[in-house]
Design a protein around this ligand. Structure first.
Ligand SMILES: NC(=O)c1ccc[n+]([C@@H]2O[C@H](COP(=O)([O-])OP(=O)(O)OC[C@H]3O[C@@H](n4cnc5c(N)ncnc54)[C@H](OP(=O)(O)O)[C@@H]3O)[C@@H](O)[C@H]2O)c1
Length: 222
């Protein structure tokens, strides 16, 4: 039975990925910050673990818990948008966005990559088209954009380190999705986004270079 790990699965795209991988018969390991969300994940048949990706001790503990695992797919989904204005950034907002979207990836990806290498699997992050430097036409959401550009950089470095060991590294734009983050007027549902991400991961050829694509497999310039 193939195994997927979803980090940040309490709601939105992450929760839907858990639902769909379970419905497809996969073994799913999933993390959430709150006990009640872990109970929901357990009721879906996933193996839940409590994890705040900004808690360095909990991240290290997760490494121990996953030590013997072999992962066909690992998806770092946890992310925050931060302030909905582009005024003077306060330290707390900067730290929350950069710690959640970048620092956590710098800690988690090197920990997860060897587990994915053992299955020559896919290691994905939920980035955003807003992180693209070469296809940028708006400055709205500057802090979030900076964080996703930095996340892409971390993923590229992960591919340089682990790509040769069989890890295919993927940065996804999940679409503009109707979640708490995307809002009620967004383009697509979490179901459509998660289905696209799963199909794209299943059909994407193995590569030692990082890939930046939309949920439905279209290339994005870094
Ligand atoms: N929705 C969109 O249109 C869109 C577009 C581009 C990219 N994305 C990216 O796609 C990913 C998922 O987005 P979404 O729309 O599903 O967002 P969402 O509905 O706001 O859900 C965010 C998820 O991240 C988790 N999370 C946040 N901070 C965390 C932390 N410190 N530790 C552990 N988990 C944490 C949340 O857990 P809690 O419930 O505990 O807060 C929740 O499960 C994000 O990385 C986002 O940047 C989304």
């Amino acid at each position: 039975m193939p195994t997927a790990l979803i980090i940040g699965a309490s709601r939105g795209i992450g929760l839907e990925l858990v639902r769909q991988y379970r419905a497809a018969g996969w073994r799913v390991i999933a993390t959430a910050r709150q006990e009640a969300d872990c109970e929901t994940l357990g009721a879906l048949g996933a193996e839940p673990h409590r994890l705040d990706v900004n808690d360095v001790d909990a991240v290290a503990g997760m490494g121990w818990k996953l030590d013997d695992e072999q992962l066909d797919v690992a998806i770092l989904n946890a992310g925050v948008y931060g302030p909905r204005h582009d005024g003077f950034p306060v330290q707390a907002d900067f730290d929350n966005v950069m710690h959640t979207n970048v620092l956590a990836a710098m800690r988690l990806l090197p920990m997860l990559a060897p587990l994915v290498a053992s299955r020559r699997g896919k290691l994905a992050v939920l980035s955003s088209r807003m992180g693209s430097l070469s296809e940028r036409h708006s400055a709205v959401g500057s802090l979030y954009r900076a964080s996703k550009a930095a996340l892409n950089s971390v993923l590229i470095d992960t591919a340089l380190t682990f790509g040769g060991h069989g890890v295919t590294c993927v940065a996804f734009h999940p679409g503009w999705v109707r979640t708490d983050m995307g809002g009620a007027t967004a383009d697509i549902t979490p179901e459509e986004s998660a289905a696209g991400i799963r199909d794209t991961l299943a059909t994407l050829p193995a590569s030692d270079k990082a890939t930046y694509i939309t949920y439905d497999g279209k290339a994005i310039g870094w």
